[in-house]
Design a protein around this ligand. Structure first.
Ligand code: BG6
Length: 496
């Protein structure tokens, strides 16, 4: 049977759920990190904000309201990065009944409205009890993670057939263990190598459990388990041979390193060289490598926000050519630039859909012609003007339109694109912009005690896209304003 293309939205527990100390939950490394590094920039500054995630959008208490809103939107899928710590708050053995019940209730509620939950099992938020025992540097975590996923498949398996192990191992491993920008905030290359291997082994163990859960009838036979990765396709800054080669070197690290281990069961040469060059005392056993080969994942979740502009050169900062100084990577002759003539968000993220089709084709070429690919994150962070009755986020609509168009074009041109999930359902706590970097189709008033929800113009627009299955992406502003005004007429307490 031909499966329907899924129009979905994505979001993540620590960015919206709140209730950090409720329902038997304890802290994860993101709770600890945000408490310790609290920082709020001046209003209107596109800078990093590290704020409390204690309440966030209060999704924990408002999930029924949110499911009603998602039903109004006509949604087919809801990608949710679940919270391991809520389910296992003490150690690897104790299952918190209130924790797993929250997810059972949420998934049932979604199913009630015909929305498929698409869970992601790990989004950078190691439970603090696990971190104290070495976190992802400790290979024992593979067993702890196994217990967690086994529990998820047992209690949640019947609600869905699409699963992901992780969100962006690259962000977690590099920002958490090399640059120190994300928790646990380390700058330690040896730790990075160990963490990446243990993440890959955890994904493989998840696949082994996935197969067992299918055999036991806990998951349907058609269920698929994917890896979610944020590869930004490289664009050479010039047509020179050196810049083109720099792009291929970039791909070896930022694409192959994060996808090959769980899709091909092997590490690329660039990683083994990194270990050697940095005299890192870590080796991978034959058994581990065989285990990765035996437990490869089924498909790719792709977070496409932007491409990246790459050069082999080492330019001085020239304000007439670039919007920021060049950033050097740890790879020789692979540097990133931000050419002034390109378009950017206020947070200086490129706005450029031109690499989506080419990138999707490259993924299919490298990982199997028919490998399913789903866009799992694609969104536009901005300061929305929430001071008026109507929140008119036209720039967000333009961004989403341009990217959905390319996603559907990739599908037409032969990529096995199974769905598109935008980032994000409602305003969130953003790792780079806190509560001021708005992403949602639904606005959240973070100053209101009930975290009041309100649809934006992008909500009215996406509703149409879901209805017409992406066949008509164009819109007129007056039509969207009239739709939004209509939606707001019924927007009573059930939706707020
Ligand atoms: C992705 C993450 O990398 O980027 C999300 O999975 C994050 O958690 C998103 O919110 C956008 O990044 P930011 O920092 O703008 O919120």
């Amino acid at each position: 049977m031909k499966k329907e293309f899924i129009f979905s939205v994505s979001t993540n527990a620590f960015q919206i759920e709140g209730a950090r100390s409720l329902g038997g939950r304890t802290d994860s490394i993101w709770d600890e990190f945000t408490k310790r590094n609290f920082y709020i920039p001046a209003l209107g500054k596109a800078e990093r904000e590290i704020n409390s995630i204690e309440i966030a959008a209060d999704f924990y208490h408002k999930y029924k309201t949110d499911c009603r809103i998602m039903d109004k939107l006509g949604l087919k899928g809801f990608v949710y990065n679940m919270d391991w710590t809520r389910i296992f708050p003490k150690d690897e053995n104790y299952i918190n009944p209130e924790g797993i019940k929250f997810y059972i209730d949420l998934f049932e509620e979604l199913n009630k409205y015909g929305i498929k939950p698409i869970p992601i099992l790990f989004h950078w938020d190691t439970p603090l009890w696990a971190e104290i025992r070495g976190g992802f540097e400790n290979p024992e975590i593979i067993q702890w993670f196994k217990n967690y996923v086994e529990c998820c498949f047992k209690y949640l398996g019947k609600y869905t057939d699409i699963w992901f192990v992780n969100d962006e191992n690259s962000s977690f491993a590099q920002s958490g263990y090399i640059t120190g920008d994300f928790p646990p905030g380390k700058k330690d290359k040896t730790a990075f190598v160990k963490v990446l291997h243990n993440l890959n082994m955890s994904a493989a163990v998840t696949m082994e459990e996935f197969k067992k859960a299918k055999d036991k009838g806990l998951l349907s036979k058609e269920s698929i388990l994917g890896i979610d990765h944020d590869w930004s396709p490289p664009v050479p800054y010039t047509d020179s041979k050196e810049d083109i080669e720099a792009c291929e070197k970039y791909n070896e690290w930022w694409k192959d390193l994060y996808l090959d281990p769980n899709l091909k069961g092997e590490y690329p040469k660039v990683f083994l060289e990194f270990i050697k060059d940095n005299k890192i005392d870590v080796t991978f056993s034959k058994e581990d490598l065989q285990y990765l080969k035996n437990n490869k994942l089924d498909f790719i979740g792709w977070n496409y926000y932007r491409p990246i502009y790459v050069t082999a050169n080492d330019f001085e900062y020239d304000e007439t050519k670039f919007i920021s100084p060049l950033s050097k990577t740890h790879l020789k002759n692979v540097n990133f630039v931000q050419p002034i003539e390109k378009k950017y968000t206020k947070w200086k993220w490129p706005v450029d859909n031109t690499k989506l089709v080419e990138g999707a084709k490259r993924l299919s070429k490298d990982y199997g012609k028919n490998i399913p690919i789903m866009i799992i994150e694609n969104g536009f962070g901005d300061f929305d003007d929430k001071s008026k009755d109507l929140i008119l986020d036209w720039d967000r609509i333009e961004y989403l339109k341009d990217h959905i168009q390319e996603t559907l074009r990739a599908k037409e041109e032969g990529v096995n694109m199974i769905g598109y999930s935008l980032w994000t359902y409602c305003d969130i706590f953003s790792p780079s912009g806190g509560y001021r970097k708005d992403y949602g189709l639904v606005s959240v008033d973070f100053n209101s005690p009930i975290r009041e929800r309100k649809p934006k113009a992008s909500f009215a627009w996406y509703k149409k896209i879901i209805e017409n299955e992406g066949k008509e992406l164009e819109y007129s502003q007056s039509e969207i304003i009239s739709d939004l005004t209509g939606i707001l007429k019924d927007w009573d307490i059930f939706y707020k």
